[in-house]
Design a protein around this ligand. Structure first.
Ligand SMILES: Nc1ncnc2c1ncn2[C@@H]1O[C@H](COP(=O)(O)OP(=O)(O)OP(=O)(O)O)[C@@H](O)[C@H]1O
Length: 240
């Protein structure tokens, strides 16, 4: 995927959020987008997912305009579940082409097989987050764009979903871009970590985590976490 954002701004008179910004994401790689609040991470992800089309530039996937390729699986920062639909119906709501069986499998993958008939109000916050993940998996597990997928989950669940995602990425050979404020999430899952800074946002750091995800033991994850924490601190410091 190549993101070539010539310009993205929200108000005509303000500084653009992104200007001549280029990011190339290798197929089957996992990229973590980090950086201070308000820098433009979610905006960049929304552009990548075709949710926000108000920009100049173009986005291609394997050389094809993104608009002409299957939609990605997308997890929004807020769950965006439809309260009048069941969990199963919510999984299929954004993409009616998803067969019921695929939706059931996705629910089972995130541990919600028994909640298929439950309504969002009957699910805990953590379950609702997992439901949004099931929706993304059912839509397109090969290309996943996740905005803070672990926010508001307790530690046990974060660990569970991280390892579930790590296995899924290997099995499906997914390409994934995720936004996170947690260095540990990036240390566990990412092949590459991009830190954004400044306005217009630029790539302040771009590091490759060389130990393969499946080979990272606790010590490696700890070391990466410290390294990434130091990196994001520096990026925030050089914000202008
Ligand atoms: N729809 C919108 N209209 C106007 N301004 C917006 C809109 N969406 C985002 N912005 C502004 O664009 C900037 C970047 O927002 P964005 O949500 O992309 O940042 P972020 O890095 O994801 O932040 P956070 O980590 O807090 O989620 C912010 O200044 C925000 O106020």
């Amino acid at each position: 995927m190549i993101l070539n954002i010539v310009e993205k701004r929200f108000e005509q008179n303000s500084l653009p959020l992104l200007n001549h910004f280029i990011l190339e994401v290798e197929p089957e790689s996992v990229v973590a987008l980090v950086g201070p609040s308000g820098i433009g991470k979610s905006t960049l992800l929304r552009l990548a997912g075709g949710i926000d089309q108000q920009f100049t530039g173009n986005i291609t996937i394997d050389g094809v305009e993104a608009a002409d390729t299957p939609p990605p699986g997308y997890v929004f920062q807020d769950p965006r579940l439809l309260p009048w639909l069941t969990a199963l119906e919510n999984v299929r709501a954004s993409n009616p082409n998803v067969p019921e069986e695929t939706a059931q499998t996705a629910l089972a993958q995130v541990g919600l097989a028994k909640q298929a008939s439950a309504y969002p109000r009957q699910l805990s916050g953590g379950m609702q987050r997992r439901l949004t993940l099931a929706r993304a998996l059912a839509t397109n597990a090969r290309l996943l764009l996740l905005d803070e997928p672990f926010i508001s989950l307790d530690r046990v669940l974060v660990n569970e979903i991280r390892s579930f995602l790590a296995n899924l990425i290997e099995a499906k050979r997914s390409t994934m871009i995720f936004v996170s404020h947690s260095a540990e999430d990036a240390a566990c899952l990412a092949d590459r970590v991009i830190a954004l800074a400044g306005r217009p946002a630029r790539i302040a750091d771009d590091i490759t985590l060389s130990v393969a995800r499946s080979q990272r033991d606790d010590a490696t994850i700890k070391e990466y976490t410290h390294r990434l924490e130091a990196m994001t601190k520096d990026s925030c410091g050089s914000d202008t």
